[in-house]
Design a protein around this ligand. Structure first.
Ligand SMILES: N[C@@H](CCC(=O)N[C@@H](CS)C(=O)NCC(=O)O)C(=O)O
Length: 203
């Protein structure tokens, strides 16, 4: 097997979902630190012209976008496994949550955290509103299901986990959502779970 290299930073939820899956699949890999300065460099822009992390290198292959990387890893290293069902309905259910991870999760709890921790530009009230709508929907869904897209964990859960788990860092409380908190605990109980470091919300 060629050497896998994951470019990222420890506090990025987009990177964390990939780290989590690499760990779950027990795929040895090198973590290459890619802070803002590195991401602006011409070398990094050759890997991802958008300048975003994560980027995965697998030999000659260079892949960007966290959800695309999850799909690649499932199909390449766990074909037929439980993380990405192949039947039409199962695949569509996972894809729905991958889209939610790139939409509501990113623009809700993800953006609220970016604003609170790093003073990123954006409207905190709008991010809070998106987060609350998302969490209310997840709460209803998870009241009747243990996992988001299937009877067991799939890529859907990994893609949505990191920014929802760290929502309080963006001043989005998880207190009103007990089924969401139980779901987070189920992901954290997975044997190969690795946590994303917690950050302090500035006062
Ligand atoms: N759709 C991308 C989004 C990745 C993303 O937004 N990464 C952030 C870090 S969490 C980043 O690199 N931001 C720098 C920038 O956009 O310039 C993915 O899923 O990988």
């Amino acid at each position: 097997m060629t050497k896998l290299r994951l470019h990222g930073t420890a506090l990025s939820g987009h990177v964390h979902r990939v780290s989590l899956f690499l760990n779950i699949l027990r795929l040895e890999h090198e973590f290459v630190e890619a802070g803002a300065q590195v991401r602006a460099s011409p070398e990094f822009r050759k890997l991802n012209p958008l300048g975003q992390i994560p980027v995965l290198e697998d030999g000659e292959l260079v892949l960007s976008d966290s959800n695309a990387i999850l799909v690649y890893l499932a199909k390449r290293y766990d074909a037929g496994g439980p993380w990405l069902p192949e039947d039409p309905v199962g695949a569509a259910r996972v894809q729905r949550w991958l889209s939610i991870a790139a939409g509501e999760v990113m623009y809700g709890p993800g953006t609220a955290r970016l604003i609170a921790l790093w003073n990123a530009p954006g409207d905190p009230a709008r991010a809070q509103a998106i987060a609350e709508r998302l969490l209310t929907f997840m709460e209803t869904h998870l009241a009747g299901h243990d996992y988001l897209a299937a009877a067991g964990p799939t890529l859907a859960d990994l893609a949505c986990y990191s920014y929802v788990a760290h929502a309080p860092e963006g001043r989005v409380s998880l207190e009103p959502y007990p089924a969401v908190r139980d779901w987070l605990a189920r992901i954290e109980a997975l044997p190969a779970f690795v946590a994303m470091p917690r950050s302090q919300v500035p006062a």
